[in-house]
Design a protein around this ligand. Structure first.
Ligand code: ADP
Ligand code: ADP
Length: 225
């Protein structure tokens, strides 16, 4: 069964008198262990779709299901809890906390969820080692290369073993070789963890290596192959 379902999602932005409809009945099922590329021109609503899927914005219509659970009637506090437990985010820039080490950046979200420092450190160390950063645990973000920073951000995103990984141009700031390397670590991670990944990208080479490709057309999600 899907890890997440977007069902008839609508999203409008008010602009002066009129309303701008960005999502108009968007449907998308994301299955465990698959990587789906979201490739569409700027301004078509990719970020809006990721924010709605990530429970950061409420849709104006339709529903977002996490597993079998509808989020339509959830209170904000329930949505926040579900976001923390079930959804990981990776952005174009890493947004790591500069004063904290790589390990601590991956430990913190787990402690916020209630794990002990010991449990969280153990998992963070394993994850970072899996992503090839076993020798970088004590480095602060400024002491890491761009690709390493992005791999720490990926480890942080999956630290709480989410069902869903949402990424907005995760390799957009990296040179092609580093981008390919970071992407390959994401592939390994998705395969090992079974997380469902929705990745907005302009990189057609990487999109071609994902399981499926979708775009946005007239506010709906359309498969492109
Ligand atoms: P993309 O990520 O594909 O570039 P976005 O989802 O960021 O597209 O934006 C889609 C459209 O919605 C754009 O025309 C943008 O200007 C508009 N938009 C996005 N966020 C807001 C907002 N908070 N208020 C008004 N308009 C918005
Ligand atoms: P890349 O060639 O991938 O861009 P860099 O040349 O920036 O990487 O860094 C090479 C290695 O040196 C990285 O693995 C990084 O961890 C380490 N490094 C870079 N800058 C610092 C720093 N200021 N302090 C400690 N280690 C650093």
């Amino acid at each position: 069964e899907p890890a997440m379902r977007l069902v008839g999602v609508e999203r409008r932005y008010r602009e002066g008198e009129g309303a701008l409809a960005i999502l108009r009945g968007a449907n998308l099922d994301l299955y465990p262990g698959e990587m789906v590329a979201l490739v569409a021109p700027s301004g078509t609503g990719k970020s809006t779709l990721l924010h709605v899927a990530g429970l950061l914005e409420r849709p104006d219509g339709g529903d977002v299901l996490v597993g079998r659970q509808s989020t339509r009637d959830m209170r904000d506090s329930e949505r926040t809890r579900m976001r923390r437990e079930e959804i990981g985010f990776v952005y174009q820039s890493h947004h790591l906390l500069p004063e904290f080490s790589a390990l601590e950046n991956v430990v913190l979200p787990q402690m916020i969820r209630g794990l002990s420092r010991k449990e969280a450190s153990s998992r963070a160390g394993e994850l970072l080692s899996f992503l090839g950063l076993g020798e970088r645990l004590a480095h602060r973000p400024a002491e890491l290369s761009g690709g390493e920073q992005q791999r720490v951000a990926i480890a942080r995103a999956v630290a709480n073993a989410p069902r869903l990984l949402l990424a907005d141009e995760p390799t957009g700031n990296l040179d092609p070789q580093t981008a390919a390397h970071v992407f390959q670590t994401m592939v390994s991670l998705v395969q090992a963890s079974g997380v469902a990944a929705l990745i907005a990208t302009h990189n057609l080479d990487l999109a071609a290596r994902m399981d499926r490709r979708v775009t946005l057309r007239d506010g709906r999600v359309v498969e492109t192959d």
